[in-house]
Design a protein around this ligand. Structure first.
Ligand SMILES: [Zn+2]
Length: 207
């Protein structure tokens, strides 16, 4: 992946930040392979993960994943869900110790699957230092690095519906998105908005 050299702004919601980048779509697709009420686990074994990584151009076709790679990928995914829940900025969405543990886990994975920054006159590419499964995990960590550096990371969130926790991209202008758009969460979100509007209408004094 290639990162353009520029000073990012993590807080400003420019209109370009309201749309997910390719890196955002890739990371969300990875997070949303978990089992939930709507789907079974998408990576029951190393072969299914290998196929998925190759389809998403995160792994060379000649490389083979081990069971250890699978376990580490599942751990990475679990840690990401916790971090995405923390992006909801709802203190009840994730316990501080869970976030601390998830962050420590991401640091551990980053040390095991290092990236090299190849710098040119205008840009920098992050490439995996190792091959095989380590390269695939490194590429996923590289995509996340890109999201942080381009100010999009806090736009990736996990759905507040406990039975769902699907990763989604918050496209709201004020960055207050809480639920994913798939049902029943989308319907739940519409119902909340409807109740809020109704409440506001009722608060208007009659003339
Ligand atoms: Zn949801």
């Amino acid at each position: 992946m290639v990162l353009m050299v520029s000073t990012p702004s993590s807080t400003s919601a420019t209109s370009s930040h309201l749309q997910p980048s390719l890196a955002a779509e890739q990371v969300l697709a990875f997070v949303n392979t978990r089992a939930n009420k709507l789907q079974p686990e998408q990576f029951p074994d190393a072969v299914t993960l290998e196929r998925w990584l190759q389809e998403h151009q995160l792994m060379n076709p000649e490389d083979v994943l081990t069971d250890t790679d699978l376990q580490e990928a599942l751990q990475l995914r679990a840690a990401l869900v916790v971090v995405l829940l923390s992006h909801l900025e709802d203190p009840e969405a994730v316990a501080p110790e869970d976030l601390q543990q998830a962050t420590a886990h991401l640091h551990h994975l980053a040390r095991s699957h290092p990236l090299i920054s190849l710098i040119s006159d205008t840009e920098v590419s992050l490439v995996p230092a190792r091959s095989g499964g380590s390269a695939a995990l490194g590429r996923l960590l590289g995509l996340i690095t890109e999201l942080v550096l381009t100010g999009r990371w806090n736009r990736l969130k996990a759905c507040r519906n406990d039975g769902c926790q699907n990763g989604f991209y918050d496209r709201t202008r004020n960055g207050a998105g809480t639920f994913c758009s798939q049902n029943p969460c989308g319907a739940l979100m519409a119902m909340r908005a409807y109740r809020k509007r109704k409440q506001q209408t009722q608060q208007v004094p009659e003339s």
